[in-house]
Design a protein around this ligand. Structure first.
Ligand code: PHE
Length: 339
C-alpha cells in the first residue's frame, strides 16, 4: 500500500498539464470517482488496523496534493485563456485607415492663391456676417440697387446681412491699413438664389485688390493674363468685355480662351472658344474716398472670381451641388489632385 501511494504521488507530481484537455485528463485519472485516488480509498478497508492511521493520513495528503495541483493549474489556465483573448499580435499588418483628401474647392482655392502669392499678394479675411456699409454702401451701391433687395441677399435684420461677395473685405482692409495694397480675399459668400445645377445659396470667391501710385488698367490686364496662363496653361489668351459694377470704373468681365477645346469650340465654351471666369475693373475713386484713401494719389484694380466656377471648368464638374453634398464617391476622385 505504501508503495502504491508513493507511486501515485510521483505520477501526480510528474503529470504535465499545459492545456484544458490535459487538466481534464488529470481529473479523470486521479480525482474522479473512477480515478486512482478513489481506488486507494476503496482498498483502504483492507489495510491492517494498526497501519490505518498512518496510511489514512498519507492517502489524505495525496488527495490534497492532487486536488490542489489540479485547482492551481486550472486557475492559471483560465487566466492565460483571458490573456490569449486580449493578446495583440504586434507583427500583424495594421488596419488600413482610409485617408481623407482635400476638397476640390480647397485644392482650387490653394492653386489660385499660390499663383498670386508668387507675385507678392497676401491674404486678407473678414466676417461672413456683414453690415450694410461694408457689403454695399462703401462699395458705392446706390440705395435702390437690386442686390439690396431681400430677393438677392439674406438679411439678418435691418443692419446685418450675410455677405454677398468678399469685396466687403477690401473695404475693411483699406479702412484699417495704409496703401499700397496687394491682397487676396478668399471666402464664402451667400446669395438668395434657388438651388440648381448652376446656382446655389452659397459659394466661394477669391477677390483681389491692388492699390498703389500710378496703377493702370494695363497693370490689371497683365496681372490677370499671368494668372490665366498659370492656371489654365501657357497658351491661354484673355479677353476683357466691358461690364458694370458699382465699385469699379471702368469694369470688365474677363474670359479665357477655352482650355478644353483649345478655343476650337465645344459645349463648355458653347462653341464660342471663350469662357467667362471673373469680373474686374479699376477701383472707383468714390470707393477709395469712402475708405479714407486719397484718390488723387492712389489708384488700383480689383477682381473677383467664383472658386466653384473655376473648379467646375478645371475638373469638368457639371453640377454645382456636388461641391456641398459631401458624397465620398465625388470627393474621392480628387485625392490624386492633392499635391
Ligand atoms: N464683387 C464682384 C462679385 O461678387 C466681383 C468683382 C470684384 C468684380 C472686384 C469687379 C471687381 O460679383
Amino acid at each position: 500500500m505504501r508503495d502504491r501511494i508513493k507511486n501515485l504521488l510521483d505520477k501526480i507530481e510528474q503529470f504535465k498539464i499545459e492545456n484544458a484537455a490535459q487538466a481534464e485528463q488529470f481529473r479523470l485519472e486521479f480525482l474522479s470517482k473512477k480515478g486512482e485516488l478513489n481506488n486507494l480509498f476503496a482498498d483502504f478497508k483492507n489495510v491492517l488496523n494498526e497501519d490505518k492511521k498512518e496510511i489514512g493520513a498519507l492517502i489524505n495528503q495525496l488527495k490534497e496534493k492532487g486536488q490542489s495541483k489540479y485547482d492551481a493549474l486550472k486557475q492559471s489556465l483560465s487566466a492565460s485563456d483571458n490573456k490569449t483573448n486580449s493578446f495583440e499580435d504586434y507583427t500583424k499588418p495594421g488596419f488600413q485607415y482610409a485617408s481623407g483628401g482635400l476638397h476640390p474647392l480647397t485644392i482650387t482655392r490653394q492653386s489660385i492663391l499660390s499663383i498670386f502669392e508668387r507675385i507678392g499678394f497676401t491674404v486678407a479675411s473678414g466676417p461672413e456676417i456683414e453690415d450694410d456699409w461694408h457689403n454695399f454702401s462703401a462699395l458705392n451701391f446706390p440705395e435702390d440697387h437690386p442686390a439690396r433687395d431681400m430677393q438677392d441677399t439674406f438679411f439678418i435684420d435691418d443692419k446685418f446681412a450675410l455677405r454677398t461677395h468678399t469685396s466687403s473685405v477690401q473695404v475693411r482692409l483699406m479702412e484699417n491699413n495704409k496703401p499700397p495694397f496687394r491682397s487676396l480675399m478668399p471666402g464664402r459668400v451667400y446669395r438668395n438664389e434657388a438651388i440648381s445645377a448652376r446656382a446655389h445659396c452659397f459659394f466661394h470667391q477669391v477677390e483681389g485688390l491692388y492699390i498703389d501710385k500710378n496703377v493702370s488698367f494695363a497693370d490689371m490686364k497683365q496681372t490677370l493674363l499671368y494668372f490665366s496662363k498659370e492656371m489654365f496653361g501657357e497658351q491661354t489668351k484673355i479677353r476683357l468685355r466691358p461690364s458694370y459694377f458699382p465699385f469699379t470704373e471702368p469694369s470688365a468681365e474677363m474670359d479665357v480662351s477655352c482650355f478644353i477645346c483649345n478655343a476650337k469650340g465645344c459645349n463648355v465654351c458653347k462653341y464660342s472658344g471663350w469662357v467667362e471666369i471673373m469680373g474686374c475693373g479699376m477701383v472707383d475713386p468714390a470707393v477709395l474716398q469712402n475708405c479714407g484713401i486719397d484718390a488723387n494719389v492712389y489708384s488700383g484694380f480689383a477682381f473677383g472670381m467664383g472658386i466653384e466656377r473655376i473648379a467646375m471648368l478645371k475638373y469638368r464638374v457639371n453640377d454645382l451641388r456636388l461641391f456641398s453634398e459631401n458624397d465620398v464617391r465625388f470627393l474621392k476622385q480628387f485625392q490624386a489632385a492633392n499635391d
